[in-house]
Design a protein around this ligand. Structure first.
Ligand SMILES: C[S@@+](CC[C@H](N)C(=O)[O-])C[C@H]1O[C@@H](n2cnc3c(N)ncnc32)[C@H](O)[C@@H]1O
Length: 240
């Protein structure tokens, strides 16, 4: 989804790019059209959804319906580091881009293992995926909304909010973070960015946040199958 982080040509660079961006390569032409001024931000969101919604809905397991191609072990390797970024002893947690709700389920279980209790909520730009999440997780049906998180004002704010920066076009990422901190994250709460795949020796995402005026308060990382890549996440503290 993030064409701005695509590496230079070359075998190793292609390997790294593919490990970082598995599943998102169809999105480069959409980013290009947006950057060229050929489509608006609203059209960018619609075009991205046209690519990912059918792919997720056709997934034959809960991970695939959340955009992950691995088995349960890999799902845990790729996502459980978010627990490191949660406040202790817990609180409300909003998964922006909750897809079929599988991360809401998994994170709730993984957090309990380390003594953290979260109350999960979700928001999803795809009405069909949000419906799927409500069907799969009927106990949380009343706390899963359909909305574009960019501009969305929830009925209440959350102690921890997770998102990807690539859920908006590249030039809107600073404004997206500002919106989430102003309207979605509770005062004193945490905005969690991740999980994203990044070169072990780079800090592109943290640097992007710093360039927008936000200093990460905490970071985490785990090894990826590709030796030069790590799964990473970070959080930004909201003002009290
Ligand atoms: C890779 S999946 C993440 C699934 C799960 N939350 C996880 O982290 O494994 C990204 C989801 O975010 C949704 N999404 C992307 N942009 C969004 C936005 N601006 N507002 C709400 N949802 C968005 C997509 O439709 C997709 O279901």
């Amino acid at each position: 989804m993030d064409s701005s982080t695509r590496g230079p040509a070359g075998h190793d660079a292609e390997d790294i790019a593919s490990a970082k961006e598995r599943g998102w390569s169809d999105l480069a032409p959409i980013d290009d059209a947006y950057q060229a001024g050929e489509i608006t931000a609203t059209e960018w969101h619609a075009a991205v959804l046209d690519v990912i919604e059918p792919a997720y809905l056709n997934g034959d397991n809960p991970r695939a319906q959340s955009g992950h191609s691995g088995d349960d072990t890999r799902w845990r390797e790729a996502r459980s580091l978010i627990v490191d970024l949660l406040p202790s002893p817990g609180g409300t947690f909003l998964d922006i881009g909750c897809a079929n709700g599988h991360l809401m389920e998994s994170l709730t279980e993984w957090a309990v293992e380390v003594g953290i209790t979260i109350e999960p909520y979700g928001v999803e730009i795809s009405a069909a995926l949000a419906d799927l999440a409500r069907t799969r997780c009927p106990q949380w049906a009343g706390r899963i909304w359909t909305a574009n998180a960019m501009g969305w004002k929830p009925p209440h704010r959350f102690d921890a909010v997770r998102t990807g920066l690539d859920y908006v076009p590249a030039d809107l990422r600073g404004a997206y973070v500002a919106h989430l901190l102003d309207q979605v994250v509770a005062p004193g709460g945490r905005l969690i960015i991740g999980v994203y795949n990044e070169e072990r020796d780079r800090s592109t995402t943290a640097d992007l946040l710093r360039s927008c005026g936000y200093t990460p308060a905490g970071t985490t990382a785990r090894d990826h199958r590709h030796p030069k890549i790590q799964y990473k996440g970070l959080w930004v503290a909201n003002a009290e």
